[in-house]
Design a protein around this ligand. Structure first.
Ligand code: NAG
Ligand code: NAG
Ligand code: NAG
Ligand code: NAG
Ligand code: NAG
Ligand code: NAG
Ligand code: NAG
Ligand code: NAG
Length: 631
């Protein structure tokens, strides 16, 4: 029924007005959608068309498939009538991928030419809803696809997290490339991130005579670059059958994006027409933008008005949470540096993943009350923002610096006084539970400021209630915490002791690459003290520039705080007094068995490891844990 250049058919179909548009398209072997309102596409899976004409292949539900195909097959390899068989085709479409969380999205979508729209057995994730592991690679698939893939799947030899691939019968691409476009003005290639949420254009052109398949991608604001991204020799004569459907198949995996098509044109045997998206794009841009900046906001939050930041502002402040702005990442999440657009203020923004169903109201109330904590050595919490599955905390930002001893000592005194404030001087006892070097920031005057307070409590709540969640970082966790799962002011003191040793010795509490005697910092300091040479552990970067009395005080106090029995440790007030020189350090028994790290009981390690598995850097931590077990 679809015959190229068969003029009389044109006339006949002209009589059937309702069929006319479709017929014209078929007769001329092309179609164009400047938006999909009322479009008669074959939709399957979770694909849908929004009233404004936006075609949504998938939303952010995990492990889903969404497809949209042109309702009639095209005749690619038939030589009926005038012998005008042609395998050439050209297509152009505008698409956008809006990830659930700004830096994680998947899986992607594939422009697909296939003999049927029944993809029996096809699975989601890396198979895009067109194949599965058993059908992958079979010549009988007669499948051509161009994948826009946002997740590197090693089993399919994917190259990276934003690539285009040309696939023939298999999702192991014949050819692939990271997504870039050639700018004709600047004469250079510019990288694009598929999951930026921005609308992009893609062109796919196949010429039967040249036997070349070209793929070109560019931002929607650009015209088609003269150089394609991929230009791959490919003979499709044994692949394309007489009758083939064209369309899109998209999938989500363990990470998900909403996948959209905004406009699409196709031409079998000629150039695809340029799609004009003016109507669709404003509506689509609105939906995409809304999704991109989508927040959760409930009535009860109104009372926290001033402490609430808009996601859009935070997104702009960090230029879309790019890796360039990443300050660090740890157990609780990633921290980004940013400048608030409204006030030009420098901030640090922490992203914490959070199951929004659990205890959010209480947590936000706590966060806001944390915002009332005021101490010159605490990092000031400015406010928060809430999205689905994600919480963003906005702090004062202080750049780091390299420290001499005078500054280090000042930092220790400052942090000690901040902890004292949290433990004893505020209206409630606040446990920090994750005191460590990376949670201490410096202000312009080299005052140490303690960040991240109170987060641990929240983290507990978000975790699986069946597992006792031991929070903190190896080397800083007091032994009784691993046993009981309960943190106390003494366990904060323990962590502060480790931090003191770290500042004095200029190294981490555990350094697996060190020799056995030096590997565990507290052991190394203790052993050195026993042989009367505690100063051999001092940070060599200080080049001997320090006050010996202060250094000895810090090292010994560090050991004292690391005692395995909580009762033997000083309180935070005593610790601060020793550091301020208001009290002198008591004599300590040189008995290694009473000191912290060595005594972590092995039987509790299962619980510890289990709870660490919830965190991103679990492998590293398990590695350290195992090392500890061997000591
Ligand atoms: C995605 O779409 C499906 C089908 O329309 C719906 O059941 C599901 O709730 C949607 N998921 C999200 C996250 O919106
Ligand atoms: C067959 O089609 C081609 C291309 O459409 C056209 O140039 C040619 O004149 C046609 N030949 C006949 C015999 O109709
Ligand atoms: C993809 O990998 C290439 C190197 O293989 C790298 O140059 C490029 O920046 C990567 N792109 C993304 C978006 O990660
Ligand atoms: C593309 O992949 C198919 C299937 O693996 C293979 O048969 C074909 O030879 C490949 N073509 C090129 C040009 O690499
Ligand atoms: C840009 O990318 C294309 C396709 O990957 C490549 O052929 C070309 O050499 C690149 N040009 C520059 C200037 O890097
Ligand atoms: C594909 O790209 C090459 C290199 O730019 C070009 O010579 C060729 O004409 C293009 N083919 C098609 C069908 O666009
Ligand atoms: C396509 O047509 C050519 C010429 O008629 C034929 O040799 C080839 O086998 C056909 N390919 C397929 C996959 O049917
Ligand atoms: C130590 O004494 C000074 C001077 O009396 C006082 O300002 C400071 O707060 C004291 N430090 C502690 C931790 O009590």
């Amino acid at each position: 029924m679809m015959i190229a250049s068969f003029k009389s058919l044109h006339f006949l179909l002209g009589l059937f007005v309702s069929l006319k548009l479709l017929a014209l398209a078929q007769e001329e072997n092309h179609f164009i959608y400047h938006g999909f309102t009322g479009a008669d596409l074959l939709l399957s899976g979770i694909a849908k068309i929004h009233p404004n004409g936006l075609l949504e292949l998938t939303n952010t539900s995990k492990r889903q498939i969404g497809r949209a195909f042109f309702p009639f097959p095209f005749q690619f390899n038939t030589s009926l009538f005038n012998n005008s068989r042609s395998l050439s085709f050209s297509t152009q479409f505008a698409f956008a991928m809006v990830p659930e969380q700004p830096t994680f999205g998947g899986q992607g979508m594939a422009f697909t030419i296939s003999p049927s729209v029944e993809f029996t057995g096809a699975v989601a994730a890396q198979y895009f809803g067109i194949l599965d592991s058993t059908s992958n690679g079979l010549p009988s698939n007669h499948l051509v696809a161009v994948e826009l893939d946002a997740v590197p799947s090693p089993d399919l030899k994917d190259i990276n997290d934003s690539h285009v691939g040309i696939d023939v019968n298999s999702l192991i691409s014949n050819k692939s490339s990271p997504v870039t476009y050639f700018s004709d003005e600047e004469k250079e290639n510019t990288s694009l991130s598929l999951i930026s949420g921005h609308v992009m254009h893609a062109w796919i052109d196949y010429d039967e005579v040249e036997k070349l398949l070209n793929v070109t991608v560019a931002p929607i604001t650009r015209t088609k670059p003269t150089l394609p991204l991929l230009s791959t020799p490919l003979d499709l004569s044994s692949v394309l059958l007489d009758s083939m459907y064209v369309g899109f198949s998209s999938s989500t995996g363990a990470v998900a994006s909403s996948h959209y098509i905004l406009g699409w044109s196709f031409n079998r045997g000629g150039q695809a027409q340029t799609i004009i998206l003016l109507v669709a794009i404003s509506g689509a841009a609105y939906i995409i933008k809304r999704k991109k900046y989508e927040e959760l906001r409930e009535d009860w939050e109104q009372e926290y008005g001033p402490q609430r930041f808009s996601y859009k502002d935070l997104y702009k402040a960090t230029t879309g949470f790019t890796d360039r702005k990443l300050l660090g990442s740890g157990g609780f999440g990633k921290v980004y540096r940013g400048v608030l657009p409204s006030s030009n203020m420098q901030v640090a923004i922490k992203k914490v993943s959070h199951d929004s169903k659990q205890g959010t109201k209480q947590f936000v109330a706590e966060i806001v009350s944390m915002g009332r904590l005021r101490h010159r050595n605490l990092v000031q919490l400015l406010g928060y923002c809430r999205r689905k599955g994600e919480l963003l905390l906005v702090y004062d930002y202080m750049p780091h610096g390299s420290l001499n001893w005078v500054q280090r000592y000042q930092v220790l005194r400052g942090v000690a006084s901040a902890l004292l404030y949290l433990h004893e001087e505020w209206e409630q006892v606040v446990l920090h539970r994750d005191v460590k070097a990376s949670n201490i920031l410096l202000d312009d005057d080299f005052n140490g400021r303690l960040g991240d307070f109170g987060l641990a409590k929240f983290y507990d709540r978000g975790a699986n209630p069946q597992t006792t969640c031991v929070v903190g970082t190896v080397g800083y966790i007091a032994p009784e915490v691993t046993r009981t799962g309960r943190a106390t002011t003494s366990s904060d003191v323990f962590a502060f002791g480790t931090f003191m040793l770290e500042m004095a010795c200029g190294r981490k509490p555990l350094e697996p690459e060190q020799s056995a005697e030096k590997m565990v910092l507290v052991d190394w300091v203790l052993d050195s003290w026993k042989i009367g040479d505690i100063l051999r552990t001092v940070d060599p970067k200080l080049e001997g520039n320090y006050v010996v009395e202060e250094m000895e005080l810090v090292l010994k106090l560090g050991l004292l705080c690391s005692f395995s029995t909580p009762q033997a440790r000083p309180s935070m007030r005593q610790t601060a007094q020793y550091l301020d020189g208001n009290a002198s350090l008591p004599e300590m028994p040189l008995d290694g068995a009473s000191i912290g790290l060595i005594a972590i009981p092995t039987q509790s390690s299962a619980v510890v490891v289990e709870s660490w598995l919830n965190e991103g850097d679990s492998l590293l931590r398990m590695g350290q844990r195992n090392l500890l077990g061997q000591l």
